[in-house]
Write a protein that binds this ligand. Structure first.
Ligand code: G3H
Ligand code: 13P
Ligand code: NA
Ligand code: ZN
Length: 308
């Protein structure tokens, strides 16, 4: 059952968080729905502009509709992640999205406010809530790459003004996470000092953590064991950091990299062990099954198991 994103976010504030999972392929769509069904967990399915453009928006949205029909008990919202105006416009026109994100955080403050407020006005006219972003994450998300030196933490002194001026419904914040497989090295980690200040200024307001993948070192090792060349020695977001962030108002945790890393590891291992196989079905099933386990683990961590 598709529900409004805002209801999901309001229900969990301070207690648990929604996994907001980026999907690109049929195995990912099916696996996320199967996991949500088994765990009786609400979930946010999200598509970036790149996911929509991969085979066209009709394909990815139809796959999501099909999975929702196969698993009718699953409580989910469909969200446009990292939207720009053309994709937001198309998403709103389609009538399929429960919420959209406008990502104008790389703009100067006033331009971010203006673009966000404009999107909010259009989306609210159709009853669709909007996630906005203040602060810039580094790393790679689809076709966007932001160098570490250009990343900026959210400035707590701006959050109240931003939310009041834009009327956005949830806020993505930059508190040290980044997109991709290399988030923290050394003693880096989530800047809870910044997150605490934001929560004090926006009590009860749903915050969104981008760059929420754990980047399991075992999975990086599996990829490298079977011919990959991923960098080792950095880490993703720890379970303890996720739990603490939830208590500080993070209601939505975005996860994309962990599904990609798993895809790469499963397929590399599969074809290494089965060098004469050239069939997509067998590794596809293995990937979907491992993805179900991994996503069920995310629901446990975020505390959303049984909350559907
Ligand atoms: O209808 C929605 C939109 O068009 C959002 O973007 O500011 O370009 O209109 P816009
Ligand atoms: P990860 O790269 O940590 O999976 O973050 C995904 C994300 O923020 C999608 O918007
Ligand atoms: Na951004
Ligand atoms: Zn993101």
């Amino acid at each position: 059952m598709k529900v409004t994103t805002q209801k999901l976010l309001n229900d969990c504030y301070g207690e648990y968080a929604l996994a907001a999972i980026n999907v690109f392929t049929m195995e990912q769509v099916l696996g996320v729905f199967e996991a949500a069904d088994k765990a009786a967990s609400p979930v946010i399915i999200q598509t970036t502009p790149v996911a929509r453009d991969y085979a066209g928006p009709h394909m990815i949205i139809s796959m999501i509709d099909a999975a929702a029909a196969i698993f009718p008990k699953v409580v989910y919202a469909l969200h446009l992640d990292h939207g720009n105006e053309p994709h937001i416009h198309a998403a709103l026109e389609s009538g399929k999205y429960s919420s959209v994100m406008i990502d104008a955080s790389h703009e100067p403050y006033d331009a971010n406010v203006e673009r966000t407020a404009n999107v909010v006005e259009n989306a609210h006219a159709l009853g669709v809530p909007v996630e906005a972003e203040l602060g810039v994450l580094s790393g790679i998300e689809d076709d966007m790459e932001v160098e570490d030196s250009l990343a900026k933490y959210t400035r707590p002194e701006e959050v109240l003004d931003f939310v009041n001026k834009t009327k956005c419904d949830s806020l993505a914040i930059a508190v040290g996470t980044s997109h991709g497989a290399y988030k923290f090295s050394g003693d880096q980690g989530i800047r809870f000092d910044i997150l605490e200040k934001i929560q004090i200024l926006l009590p009860g307001f749903p915050l969104v953590l981008h760059g929420g993948s754990a980047v399991n070192p075992g999975e990086i090792q599996r990829i490298n064991n079977y011919g990959g060349e991923l960098k080792t020695g950095s880490r993703g977001v720890s379970d303890g950091e996720i739990k603490k962030a939830i208590r500080l108002g993070v209601c939505k945790v975005n996860i994309a990299t962990d599904l990609r890393v798993l895809w790469s590891g499963v397929h590399r291992e599969f074809f290494h062990r089965n060098p004469s196989v050239f069939d997509p079905i067998l590794p596809g099933k293995t990937y979907k099954n491992e993805l179900v386990e991994m996503v069920m683990g995310k629901f446990e961590l975020l505390g959303s198991t049984g909350k559907a």
